[in-house]
Design a protein around this ligand. Structure first.
Ligand SMILES: [Fe+2]
Length: 296
């Protein structure tokens, strides 16, 4: 495991200054530290955004997922691809244009969510710029390909507030908190609490835990960045297991993911112009992957 910290980039810097090179040596996961979030405190982000999940189910369902945003109850999305296996996870998905916040039940909830999302989005801008530089991409192409992240249409970048409820001691075999999958877009920024459970698959096929590290932001390579880099950067396969001990099973787990997607009309193909991967449209790719995982 390599822990990396990217300091702020000075405005006057030598040409070709990079923040990262391609991570082909070990997995594809990077940890940035707390102060890359511009003052956002991760624990506060969990407490302010997590209040929603304490509401009664009937209230939460008033904010059910609509047009790709809102509340998702347990088992609504099977990321592991097996519709028969339980995935004990709830989430609340928002884009910058979201306008159905439960502010009636939780005053200032919307403002808190936008505050967290803005910090993650600003960090994602820096990472895209760093990637563009490290990969030698010309004409500001990668930055331009994500230019509509905050606009109401034309880009499906999404923040997902996740809540993993306590796991019942009697549960069907194979129950997970989150089935194995890769994310769909360019990169994912992930904040996780101190409970653990996240695992990533290494190049050799072994699953290894990603233990919580206080103040860390994880960055996963997702499907379309793998495609852009012609399989140089591999999308990180990951999952969240039920904890081994009964004590930990009784505790809820929290995380926040920021899924960075290219603009809908971007055609994604290897940036080096080589290889045999055909171009895919960013929005078509996302819709295809959603169709594979949502239960209804
Ligand atoms: Fe994921």
């Amino acid at each position: 495991m390599r822990i990396l910290y990217y300091p702020p980039v000075p405005s006057h810097r030598p040409e070709g200054t990079m923040r990262c090179g391609a991570h082909t040596d070990y997995g594809t996961i990077t940890l940035l530290l707390q102060d890359s979030l511009g003052g956002l405190e991760i624990e506060k982000a969990f407490s302010s955004t997590g209040k929603f999940f304490e509401l009664p189910l009937a209230v939460k369902e008033k904010y059910d997922r609509l047009d790709g945003q809102g509340y998702l109850a347990v088992d609504r999305q099977k990321l592991g691809g097996d519709s028969k296996k339980h995935e004990l996870r709830e989430s609340f998905d928002v884009e910058f244009c979201f306008n159905r916040y439960p502010d009636e039940e939780i005053p200032d909830f919307g403002a808190s969510v936008v505050h967290v999302m803005t910090a993650l989005d600003e960090l994602s801008d820096k990472l895209i710029l760093a990637l563009q530089s490290a990969l030698g991409v010309e004409n500001n192409f990668l930055v331009k390909a994500h230019s509509r992240k905050r606009e109401p249409t034309g880009n499906h970048t999404l923040m997902r507030i996740l809540y993993y409820p306590p796991v019942p001691s009697h549960r069907p075999e194979g129950t997970m908190r989150c089935g194995a999958h890769t994310d769909y877009g360019t990169i994912t920024l992930l904040l996780q609490d101190s409970l653990g459970g996240l695992e990533v698959k290494t190049r050799s096929g072994a699953w290894v835990p990603v233990p919580p590290l206080e103040g860390a932001v994880l960055v996963n390579v997702a499907d379309l960045l793998q495609r852009w880099t012609n399989n140089q950067l591999i999308a990180t396969e990951h999952r969240v297991m039920v904890p081994a001990t009964e004590h930990l099973q009784k505790l809820p787990r929290r995380s926040i993911a920021y899924f960075v997607h290219p603009d809908d009309d971007v055609m994604v193909e290897p940036l080096d112009g080589k290889g045999s991967l055909p171009p895919v449209n960013a929005e078509d790719w996302l819709n295809k992957r959603y169709k594979e995982t949502y239960q209804y």
